[in-house]
Design a binder for this molecule. Structure first.
Ligand code: GRF
Length: 213
C-alpha cells in the first residue's frame, strides 16, 4: 500500500514508518512526505531515505480550503492510497477530511477519547491520571475524533514531568503507528458503525481474534 505522510516538525513517527517499510515483510511503502513547513526535520529524514518530499507553505494560500486542495493534488499525484498524519500541526478542512475519508489516519499522544487537543501531558499529570498512552485513529472532521484502530497504555509516574511522560509515550507511538498501517495495508481493517474491526487481531497473550460477524 502506498502511503503519504504529513509532518510539520521532528518526524520521529515518520522515522518509525520509514524503518518499518524497510523491513522485508512490511506491506506498505512511503511515496510522499509532505510538510507545511519547509524546515521540518521530517523532510530531511525523508530525503535521507530517498523518499520524494514536498513542502507547501500555508501562508502562500488564500485560505485553508485552497491549501488543502493543493495538498490533495500532491497526494493524488503521488499515487498514495493512505494518508498518515504524523505530527501535522494544521487543522484540516472538512473538505479534505471528506475527500480522504477512511483513508486518513492520525496518531495522538493520549488514550482517546480522553485528552484531545494540545498540552496533553500537562493535563494528564494535572488530573492525576494513573495511565496515559497513545492512539491511532481514522480522522473525522472534529479534532482528535474518529474510529480507534489501536492504542498503547503507559503508566504515569508520581514524579513525572510532562517531558518524561511524553518520551515514555513516544516510544509506544513508534510501535503502534507501524502496527496500525500494517493492519490496514493487509486489508484486515473495516469500519462498522464507526467502530474499527480487525481480522486476526493479536491479543497480548499472543492469541488471534477476529471480530464476530
Ligand atoms: C507525536 O507525539 C504525535 O502523537 C503528535 O505529535 C507528535 C509528533 O512527533 N500528533 P514526531 O514529529 O512524530 O516526532
Amino acid at each position: 500500500m502506498k502511503l503519504a505522510v504529513l509532518v510539520s516538525g521532528r518526524g520521529s513517527n515518520l522515522q518509525a514508518l520509514i524503518d518499518a517499510c524497510k523491513t522485508d515483510d512490511f506491506p506498505a511503502e512511503i511515496v510522499l512526505v509532505l510538510s507545511n513547513k519547509e524546515d521540518a526535520y521530517g523532510l530531511e529524514r525523508a530525503q535521507a531515505a530517498d523518499i520524494p518530499t514536498a513542502a507547501l507553505d500555508h501562508k502562500n494560500f488564500e485560505d485553508r480550503e485552497s491549501f488543502d486542495t493543493a495538498m490533495s493534488e500532491q497526494i493524488d499525484a503521488s499515487g498514495a492510497e493512505l494518508v498518515c498524519l504524523a505530527g501535522f500541526m494544521r487543522l484540516l478542512s472538512d473538505g479534505f477530511v471528506r475527500r480522504w475519508r477512511d483513508r486518513l489516519i492520525n496518531i495522538h499522544p493520549s488514550l482517546l477519547p480522553a485528552f484531545k487537543g494540545l498540552h496533553v501531558h500537562e493535563r494528564v499529570i494535572e488530573e492525576g491520571a494513573r495511565f496515559s498512552g497513545c492512539t491511532v485513529h481514522f480522522v473525522r472532521p472534529a479534532m482528535d475524533e474518529g474510529p480507534i484502530i489501536t492504542q498503547a497504555v503507559v503508566p504515569v509516574h508520581p514524579d513525572d514531568e510532562p517531558d518524561d511522560l511524553a518520551a515514555r509515550i513516544l516510544e509506544q507511538e513508534h510501535v503502534i503507528y507501524p502496527r496500525a498501517v500494517r493492519y490496514i495495508a493487509e486489508g484486515r481493517v473495516r469500519i462498522s458503525a464507526e467502530r474499527v474491526l480487525i481480522e486476526n487481531h493479536q491479543l497480548p497473550d499472543g492469541s488471534l481474534r477476529s471480530p464476530a460477524r
